[in-house]
Design a protein around this ligand. Structure first.
Ligand code: HEC
Ligand code: HEC
Length: 392
C-alpha cells in the first residue's frame, strides 16, 4: 500500500486514535475491510504529546522499532479490551488497568483468572510512550515484550501464547487485521504485542493544573505594557497566555499545591531526586524499604540483575495522575498519598539496601498537606476511549 514518507502528526490529547472504528455494536469483517483499505489508516504517525508531557516530545520510546499507525492502534485497542485473550474468557488487560480507575486497579493486587492474586499492585498503563523497561522490576525490555507477558501468566490471564493465537485465529475480524497490518500470516504473538504496545503509547495524561501553572510562570514577569505589546506582536503567544489563565480559573493550582511543588523540587525534601522529567519518573530502581521488615521480602530488581545493591529496589512510578491510582507502592500497601508522604518523612523502612537518597525529613503537618496537594494538582484528564466495538 502506498503511504507518504513523512510521518503524519497527530495530537494525542484529542484522543482521536482511541475512538474505535465509527459505528455501533461489534465490528464486522465488512467494516474492517473497508477501514483497512484506506491508506490513511496505514500512514506512519508522529504522536504529539499533550501540554506538560510534551517536555518529553524529543524522547519518545519504541516508535523506531514499531511505527505507529491508526490501524495498529485500533487493533491494539480491541485486544486490550478483549477477554478472549484469557484462558476462560473472563479477564482482559483492562481488568487490571481500567480506564475508570486511572488505567490501574484500586485493589491491592492484580486479580486474574479464577480470582487469583499475585503479590504486586497493578501499575498504570499510561505514559508508556516515555518509558523503556516495564514492570516494577524492569524485567521486560520493551512495551512489546511486556504486553504478551500477562497472557501466559498463570495468575493473570492464565493462557498459553499458542492457545491465545489459536483462539484469535478463529475470529475472522482479527485475521484480516493482522494480515493487512503485518503481512501474510501476520497473526503471531509478537504482533499481538506490537499492536497492544501501539495502543498503550496513545494512552497519555492530559495537562494538569501543575502544567498550566508551570507554563504560565514566564508570563508572570511581564508588566501590563509588556502584555499589550505581546498581544500586538505575538498574538499566538498571547492566546496561549489567555488559555493558560482560563484553564487555571477552571482547575486552580492552589497556594498549598504551589508550596508543595517548591518542597517536592527542593534540596531539603528532594522528591525530584527520583520523580523527575516529563513523566516525573527517572525510570530507575530504588529501595525505599517498602515491604520491610519481612521474612521473605520481594527483592524486586535484584531478581532480574542478581546485583546485591538492587535488593528490594523497584522502578520509580510516575506522579502524573497518581491521585487516581490508590493503593500505592509495588505491594499496594499504602492507601493514601498522605500515608506515602509519612513513609518518606520517617526515612522509609530500615534495611541493608535502603537508597542513600532516602533519609528522615522533618516536615510540619502543613508541609505534608502541601506535598499531597501538589501531587493532586498533577492530575490531568484522560481522553475518552471506546471500550466495546470488538470483532464478532
Ligand atoms: C490480573 C491483573 C493483570 C492483568 C490481566 C494484566 N496486568 Fe498488567 N500488570 C499487572 C501487575 C500486577 C503488574 C506489575 C507486575 C510486576 O511488576 O511484576 C502489571 C504491569 C503492567 C505494565 C508495566 C507498567 C510499568 O510501569 O512498568 C504494563 C504496561 C501492563 N501491565 C499492561 C498490561 C497489558 C497490556 C495487559 C493485557 C495483555 C495486562 N497488563 C494485563 C496486572 C495485570
Ligand atoms: C530514591 C528515589 C525516590 C525519592 C527520593 C522519592 N521517591 Fe517516591 N517512589 C520511588 C520509588 C522507587 C517508588 C516505588 C517504591 C516501591 O513500590 O517499593 C516510589 C513511590 C512513590 C509513590 C507511589 C506511587 C504509586 O503509583 O504507587 C508516590 C506517591 C511517591 N513515591 C511520592 C514521592 C514523594 C512525595 C517524594 C518526596 C517526599 C518521593 N516520592 C521521593 C522513588 C523515590
Amino acid at each position: 500500500m502506498a503511504v507518504a514518507a513523512e510521518p503524519a502528526k497527530v495530537h494525542l490529547a484529542t484522543g482521536e486514535l482511541l475512538q474505535g472504528i465509527p459505528g455501533k455494536g461489534s465490528v464486522t469483517v465488512a467494516e474492517l475491510k473497508k477501514w483497512l483499505a484506506d491508506p490513511a489508516n496505514h500512514q506512519v504517525l508522529l504522536p504529539i504529546l499533550p501540554l506538560g508531557l510534551d517536555a518529553g516530545q524529543q524522547s519518545l520510546v519504541g516508535l523506531d522499532k514499531n511505527p505507529l499507525t491508526r490501524a495498529k492502534v485500533e487493533l491494539g485497542r480491541q485486544l486490550y479490551f478483549d477477554t478472549r485473550l484469557s484462558s476462560d474468557n473472563t479477564v482482559s488487560c483492562a481488568s487490571c488497568h481500567h480506564p475508570d480507575e486511572g488505567y490501574a486497579r484500586q485493589t491491592r493486587f492484580g486479580v486474574g483468572v479464577n480470582g487469583q492474586e499475585g503479590g504486586r499492585n497493578s501499575p498504570t498503563s499510561y505514559n508508556r510512550i516515555l518509558s523503556g523497561a516495564q514492570f516494577w522490576d524492569g524485567r521486560a525490555a520493551s512495551l512489546e515484550e511486556q504486553a504478551i507477558g500477562p497472557i501466559a501468566n498463570p495468575i493473570e490471564m492464565a493462557n498459553t501464547h499458542d492457545a491465545c493465537i489459536t483462539t484469535l485465529k478463529k475470529i475472522p475480524g482479527y485475521v484480516v487485521q493482522f494480515d493487512a497490518i503485518f503481512g501474510k500470516n501476520g497473526l503471531t504473538i509478537e504482533n499481538v504485542g506490537k499492536a497492544i504496545a501501539s495502543f498503550e503509547r496513545c494512552l497519555v495524561t492530559g495537562p494538569s493544573p501543575y502544567d498550566y501553572a508551570l507554563r504560565l510562570e514566564p508570563f508572570a514577569k511581564l508588566s501590563e505594557d509588556d502584555l499589550l505589546d505581546l498581544k500586538e506582536d505575538a498574538p499566538e503567544t498571547y492566546a496561549l497566555y489567555e488559555s493558560l489563565k482560563k484553564a487555571l480559573e477552571e482547575t486552580p493550582f492552589t497556594e498549598s499545591a504551589a508550596r508543595g511543588k517548591e518542597l517536592f523540587f527542593s534540596e531539603r525534601v528532594n522528591c525530584a531526586a527520583c520523580h523527575v522529567g516529563p513523566n516525573l519518573s527517572d525510570e530507575k530502581y530504588h529501595n525505599l524499604g517498602v515491604g520491610f521488615p519481612a521474612d521473605k521480602p520481594d527483592l524486586g530488581r535484584y531478581e532480574v540483575t542478581k546485583n546485591e545493591k538492587d535488593k528490594g529496589a523497584f522502578k520509580t512510578p510516575t506522579i502524573r495522575n497518581v491521585a487516581l491510582t490508590s493503593p500505592y507502592m509495588h505491594d499496594g500497601s499504602q492507601q493514601t498519598l498522605m500515608e506515602v508522604v509519612e513513609h518518606y518523612a520517617k526515612g522509609g523502612n530500615p534495611n541493608p539496601w535502603l537508597s542513600d537518597k532516602i533519609r528522615k525529613i522533618d516536615l510540619t503537618a502543613q508541609e505534608k498537606q502541601d506535598l499531597v496537594a501538589y501531587m493532586e494538582a498533577c492530575t490531568g484528564t484522560f481522553a475518552p476511549v471506546e471500550r466495546g466495538r470488538l470483532p464478532e
